[in-house]
Write a protein that binds this ligand. Structure first.
Ligand code: PMP
Length: 399
């Protein structure tokens, strides 16, 4: 294979095709895909209904630029708004990636409030563009200066703290001392930090502080949206109502390049003059695939399967709890993590060990990812208990 791509960190598994919850490499080796593109896979690979929708759209032979109208855009926006976790969400911004969805959230929050600071949780990924990288953990020193106006609260890590109440108190203090905060932005479950779910009272407390101080509450559901947490949206786990919702990944199930930012009518009225033109925002071919995907998820209530199979999977994984180097086993729905530590006394992260375990799993035909020092799994929403048993058997031999 030539090596002309500027990508990095790719593992040497040349993928040929997919089928359901499996991927196959060029030599025909089968992999149980427990990552599904990192919260991307929803209805599984090689879905016939989506294939039909793509072929049907291809017959129309059209690309519609943003300065013309397209009924499909309105219908998809209506569908997203209808299923969204806050009845006040009323408008959808079309975009092509999760990073852009976060970028629009930041722009809208600033434009709607006239304030500049965005508060987020340290050590969480929110995308690669400057705003998204700066609100998240991806502004590498080599690309500095990072975008200004971003403040971080520490992540309430289950093994290494601080406590959630300390983080909430820090937010309260910050809000008291600074009148320039436009929004709080976070993932409802910190997928990228290693499948960490806060307790049920954490986000409602943060949301209350936001409401009291006229700070917008933004949920980045690029990874958690569309079922992986066992609810259609992660926000529903905590009963919070985001003013801005960032969507990506499983919105297409991996069949298209498309994302969205949902905003309330009042934010829309204060931001609609802001440029939001995206050349590849909801291209009809992408839209056909994404729409078919979202319709299958909602029709078959696939988040319920994620909840049931995820609970079963998590319970089976608990038997590894006492093994050496296992610091924590946690998850919500089909977002699962096994945290690898140096020893159980200090719970210090052991990234090298996690990588070795990941490689051993790959050799045995199980694909999972690494989030820091955590073995990370987010299989498709159609995952089954039998497949969970198969993954557990491979993990058993490796751990
Ligand atoms: N937000 C979250 C929570 C993500 O997990 C990601 C991607 N890992 C992004 C934003 C950025 O999405 P994209 O890669 O589509 O730009």
């Amino acid at each position: 294979m030539p090596h002309k791509l500027a990508s990095y960190l790719s593992r040497r598994i040349p993928i040929d095709h997919g089928d359901g919850c499996f991927l196959y490499d060029e030599k025909g080796k089968e992999y149980l895909d427990c990552i599904a593109g990192w919260c991307v896979g929803s209805v599984g690979w090689k879905n016939e209904e989506i294939k039909k929708a793509i072929v049907a759209e291809a017959e129309y032979g059209r690309y519609v630029p943003a300065f013309l109208q397209f009924r499909g855009w309105e219908e998809f926006a209506e569908l997203l708004i209808k299923i969204s976790p806050n009845p006040k969400l009323a408008r959808a911004i079309r975009c092509a990636s999760g990073s852009e969805a976060v970028e629009f959230a930041i722009k809208c929050a600033r434009a709607a409030t006239g304030k500049q600071d965005i508060v987020s949780i340290d050590g969480v990924y929110h995308g690669h563009t400057y705003g998204a990288a700066s609100v998240g953990d991806a502004c590498h020193p080599s690309m500095g200066p990072c975008a200004p106006g971003f403040l971080k609260l520490p992540l309430p890590h289950p093994l290494r703290g601080p406590s959630e109440s300390a983080v909430i108190a820090e937010f309260e203090k910050l809000v008291l001392n600074r009148k320039t905060i436009a929004a709080f932005l976070s993932e409802p479950v910190w997928t990228n930090a290693g499948a960490i779910a806060p307790s049920p009272s954490f986000y409602p407390a943060i949301e209350r502080i936001c409401r009291k101080n006229k700070i917008l509450f933004i949920m980045d559901e690029v990874a958690t949206g569309f079922g992986h947490c066992g609810t259609l949206f992660g926000s529903q786990l905590w009963g919070v109502k985001p003013d801005i919702l960032c969507l990506g990944k499983a919105i297409t199930g991996g069949y298209a390049t498309l994302a969205a930012t949902l905003i309330t009518q009042s934010i829309y009225l204060r931001t609609f003059r802001m440029p939001s033109y995206v050349t590849f925002g909801w291209v009809p071919l992408d839209l056909a695939a994404a729409r078919a995907n979202v319709e299958i998820i909602t029709r078959d209530r696939l988040w319920e399967n994620a909840k049931n199979v995820g609970a079963y999977f998590l319970e089976k994984l608990q038997k590894f709890k006492d093994r050496p180097n296992i610091g924590d086993i946690r998850g919500v729905g089909l977002v699962l993590g096994i945290e690898i530590v140096k020893n159980k006394k200090n719970n210090a992260p052991h990234v090298v060990k996690a990588l070795l375990l990941q490689n051993a799993c790959t050799r045995r035909g199980l694909l999972l990812e690494i989030a820091g020092n955590t073995l990370f799994m987010t299989p498709s929403l159609i995952f089954t208990k039998e497949l969970a048993d198969r993954a557990v058997a491979i993990l058993d031999s490796v751990l």
